[in-house]
Design a protein around this ligand. Structure first.
Ligand SMILES: Nc1nc2c(ncn2[C@@H]2O[C@H](COP(=O)(O)OP(=O)(O)OP(=O)(O)O)[C@@H](O)[C@H]2O)c(=O)[nH]1
Ligand SMILES: [Mg+2]
Length: 213
């Protein structure tokens, strides 16, 4: 009887847990974004810690939403650390790829002029999407640092970078994806980003079932 009651109690109180991995080049703003999410959704930590240092290893946190736990994995984006990303792919339910919108020239791939880290960004994103274990996983691309005057607008990033990446992706049609403008520093767009992920991991739960906690 005790075990039955305990089982029923567990069932009634448990929630689905989904994992989200934050990817992007070093300095893109992953940790800053992560801190803003924690500040928004952790009642005991209302002030985001915005003085970040380059991530070596990982920062992990779990936020509680009405219908799920969302576990965020913030990993280092430096070249030498990108080789570790693949170990998160098979267990993630969504990918947030963060772009520094001030470090991609004018966002247009064909141009010969200096385009910052646009080519590197494209190659890294393509590499993530081509990995067999990320197939079909919802992808949110964040055009970050939109608070800065020298940023490239989100429409240009969609037309220039994202369209080009998807043209080469075999499974683009079956992957749910979105590009959103954000400023991780000011917090603008962060709530919308979490909301998009929340809805998409649920839609995709047949393909990537959540863990019950
Ligand atoms: N103006 C502006 N600066 C930002 C924004 N987001 C991040 N930054 C700055 O960009 C720098 C790098 O931010 P991080 O969040 O540490 O970058 P990261 O992607 O975690 O970098 P790695 O851990 O090395 O992969 C810091 O100086 C941040 O303050 C933003 O939205 N606007
Ligand atoms: Mg970091």
């Amino acid at each position: 009887m005790y075990h039955l009651a305990k089982g029923l109690y567990r069932l009634a109180t448990s929630k689905e847990e989904y994992s989200v991995i934050l990817l992007g080049l070093d300095n893109a703003g992953k940790t800053t974004f992560h801190e803003q999410v924690k500040a928004l959704f952790h009642p005991d930590q209302p002030e985001p810690k915005l003085r970040t240092v380059p991530t070596v290893g990982q920062n992990v946190s779990t936020i509680t939403l009405p219908d799920m736990y969302l576990k965020l994995w913030d990993v280092g984006g430096q070249l030498s650390l990108r080789a570790l990303w693949h170990s998160y792919y098979s267990s993630c339910h969504a990918i947030i790829f963060i772009i520094d919108s001030t470090d991609i020239g004018d966002g247009q791939i064909e141009r010969d002029q200096n385009n910052g880290r646009l080519d590197e960004c494209r190659a890294v994103l393509e590499d993530v999407l081509q990995h067999s274990e990320t197939e079909g996983v919802p992808l949110l691309i964040l055009a970050n640092k939109q608070d800065r005057e020298d940023c490239v607008e989100v429409v240009r990033i969609k037309e220039g970078l994202v369209k080009k990446v998807f043209e080469g992706e075999k499974s683009a049609s079956i992957r749910d994806s979105r590009v959103l403008p954000v400023s991780a520093l000011t917090g603008t767009g962060v709530r919308e980003a979490v909301e998009w992920v929340r809805s998409r991991v649920k839609w995709n739960k047949e393909s990537r079932p959540p863990v019950m906690r």
